[in-house]
Design a protein around this ligand. Structure first.
Ligand code: GLP
Length: 245
């Protein structure tokens, strides 16, 4: 596991941007695993800049997003599809047919999960997966618990996640309580993983991840410790728990 500590959020975004730009240049048909949340917004800006400067081309790139709230569609400003359109897809030349995001409005959610995994498998899996991290150690919406799902699944969000994510909604009552998420299998089969974390709020969970030598379902992100190609890019604030050790 490679760890890069940057001065601040902007530098974290630039470092992550460099990696993704390099991989897209080297493989124009790359399959990107993409994430939502406030963390990757700066890195998406780096990709947009590189596209505008004609450094990279998205016309043959394919993408799979990690997750989506159940019940929300792309017209809902709090849906992850809306987020992706707004923060990345509307600004680059990716072919809309090459974008895959879980459908929170699917009539048969379980059948959708199965199809999503089949589509990902048929595509050959994710070449490079971008991840943020929840304060409780979740990745995508794989929440801490007695077990973690391997495949794409419907999951109940923890009270902690509902509370943390309520900042994007008018009130906590509007936060969906369930989501579709890529399972740990889809994430861990990615050829390369880049996890980003910034700010003091992530210091505790980053400390837990980097100081304990064990994998546990109570800290889903800990499963990255056994993946052979992970880069963690954190700013000084998110790294501050380790710096104090
Ligand atoms: C959500 C997403 C995660 C994301 C996390 C952190 O719960 N499902 O994929 O990593 O939020 O969000 P933020 O980047 O806003 O801290």
């Amino acid at each position: 596991m490679k760890i890069i500590v940057t001065k601040n959020y902007d530098e974290m975004s630039k470092e992550a941007g460099k990696i993704f730009i390099d991989r897209i240049k080297n493989n124009p048909e790359i399959i990107l695993g993409l994430a939502t949340g406030s963390t990757p917004i700066g890195m998406y800006k780096e990709l947009i800049k590189a596209y505008e400067n004609k450094e990279i081309d998205f016309s043959r790139v394919r993408s799979f997003n990690l997750d989506e709230y159940v019940g929300l569609d792309e017209n809902d400003e709090t849906s992850y599809r809306y987020f992706m359109n707004d923060n990345l897809f509307n600004h680059i030349n990716i072919n809309r047919e090459n974008i895959n995001i879980p459908n929170g409005k699917a009539k048969d959610l379980n059948a959708f999960c199965k199809e999503y995994d089949e589509k990902l498998e048929k595509a050959g899996g994710i070449d490079i997966q971008l991840l943020g991290i929840g304060e409780d150690g979740h990745i995508a919406f794989n929440e801490p618990g007695d077990f973690l799902n391997v495949g794409t699944n419907i999951t109940a969000l923890t009270d902690s996640t509902i509370e943390v994510n309520s900042r994007f909604f008018n009130s906590i009552d509007e936060v969906p309580t369930t989501a579709i998420t890529l399972g740990m299998g889809g994430i861990l089969k990615s050829k390369e993983i880049v996890l980003l974390a910034n700010g003091e709020k992530k210091a505790e969970v980053i400390k837990e991840l980097l100081t304990q030598d064990k994998v546990t379902t109570s800290l889903p992100v800990s499963f990255l410790l056994v993946h052979p190609n992970v880069t963690i890019i954190v700013d000084e604030e998110a790294y501050s728990g380790i710096a104090k050790c």
